[in-house]
Design a protein around this ligand. Structure first.
Ligand SMILES: Nc1ncnc2c1ncn2[C@@H]1O[C@H](COP(=O)(O)OP(=O)(O)O)[C@@H](O)[C@H]1O
Ligand SMILES: [Mg+2]
Length: 368
């Protein structure tokens, strides 16, 4: 099997009722890449997958797979296969026949189909399960059967639409590693859709973050987390503390923002000018106890949650801002709940971005 690249050139998708689910989009997914599209429910992820797989035609622009324009080609004529959350395995057929289902139409003998199914079951780490019925397998195993079936027709591009969301947390985490391994073994291009940032960050080579029909940023997982370009990306990917305000002083790569919780200093990669409405973002793992920081608050510890290797602290500043602070668990208890303390962060840990819509998830904040 070999992956192909997928290009969207000016692709916009408007449904027959007039609703534009995907605004004009340019995107290039490399051959053999594990690429995720991450965004909240309703932002247009499934609509993009439907267009790539041929179930809907773009209203504008074109889709190329391995340089070939896909316009007018139905799902069966495209080098793609699709996997959904609710997989439809045939309950009365043994696992191997489920896997080989798409091969009968290609004229393969029963023997050849059985061999091919066995090969694929080995690939998805289910070599012993060929003769069982789907009902005798666990949820994660059934999901792997569905992946084997999708790979049986040797697609160049596998489209996965929130395939793990029906599984419980432990299984989901285990399946992340499985999916990544399958992708690397096959070299097939994976386009993986999810609203779960943990999934996108752990599995992907690159991620596109989408909101309201617009891809806001495409980048490596590190870029998306550490160098978000917009307030939405900063707040949707990972937990983050936020301080809204106005830029009062700008000097080169740094700037000062006036907020309801005082003046704070942060990085200003977008070179926002004095007077601009902005938000300063700081990750909980960048906030610390003590008064040594150049952004510092008088505060009080509200709660301490031990998560094993990590400890999460909820803090309230004297100005009423709520902050999350995450530390690795060293065994030390720096502050007791209810006691006054100082917390802060260095200016290099603060990121200033233009004011804009923020995601609902993430830390509850000190807006205004
Ligand atoms: N067939 C359709 N007709 C009209 N609107 C649709 C249709 N399918 C989806 N939508 C709308 O398009 C938007 C994007 O949907 P979808 O691509 O399914 O989002 P996601 O997969 O990110 O949750 C949503 O607002 C949804 O209600
Ligand atoms: Mg969807």
């Amino acid at each position: 099997m070999r992956g192909k690249d997928v290009r969207l050139e000016g692709v916009a998708i408007t449904y027959p009722n007039g609703f534009t689910a995907v605004q004009p989009t340019d995107l290039r997914i490399e051959a053999g890449e594990f690429f995720s599209i991450l965004g909240p429910s309703g932002c247009g992820k499934t609509t993009i997958l439907r267009a790539v797989s041929g179930f809907v035609e773009p209203s504008a622009g074109r889709i190329l797979i391995g340089d070939e324009d896909q316009r007018g080609k139905g799902p069966n004529a495209r080098p793609t296969a699709l996997i959904f959350q609710n997989l439809a395995l045939f309950p009365l057929m043994p696992v191997w026949e489920n896997v080989a289902f798409g091969l009968e139409a290609r004229g393969l003998s029963r023997r050849a189909r059985r061999d091919k199914a066995q090969e694929l079951l080995e690939l998805v780490a289910l070599p012993e399960q060929a003769d069982k019925k789907p009902g005798e397998l666990s949820g994660g195993q059934r999901q792997r059967v569905a992946i084997a079936r999708a790979l049986a027709v040797e697609p160049a591009v596998l489209l996965l639409d929130e395939p793990l969301s029906a599984l419980d947390l432990k299984l989901r985490q285990h399946m992340r590693a499985e999916l990544r391994a399958i992708q690397q073994k096959t070299g097939v291009t994976f386009i993986y859709i999810t609203h779960d940032q943990g999934e996108a960050l752990t599995m992907s080579d690159r991620v596109a973050v989408m909101n309201k029909g617009v891809i806001e940023q495409v980048g490596s997982t590190d870029d998306i987390y550490s160098a978000p370009h917009s307030a939405f990306v900063a707040s949707f990917v990972g937990e983050v503390n936020q301080f809204a305000g106005r830029i009062v002083e700008s000097f080169g790569a740094m700037a000062q923002i006036e907020t309801a919780h005082g003046r704070l200093l942060g990085r200003n990669p977008a070179r926002l000018a004095k007077g601009t409405a902005a938000i300063l973002f700081v990750r909980p793992e960048q906030v610390g106890f003590g008064a040594r920081f150049n952004n510092c608050f008088d505060a009080r510890l509200l709660r301490r949650d031990l998560e094993g290797a990590f400890v999460n602290y909820q803090i309230e500043t004297s100005t009423g801002a709520h902050l999350s602070l995450h530390q690795t668990n060293t065994g030390a208890v720096p502050v007791t709940v209810g006691e006054p303390c100082h917390v802060g962060f260095d200016s290099g840990a603060g990121l200033l971005l233009p004011e804009g819509p923020v995601a609902r998830t993430g830390a509850e904040v000190a807006a205004q």
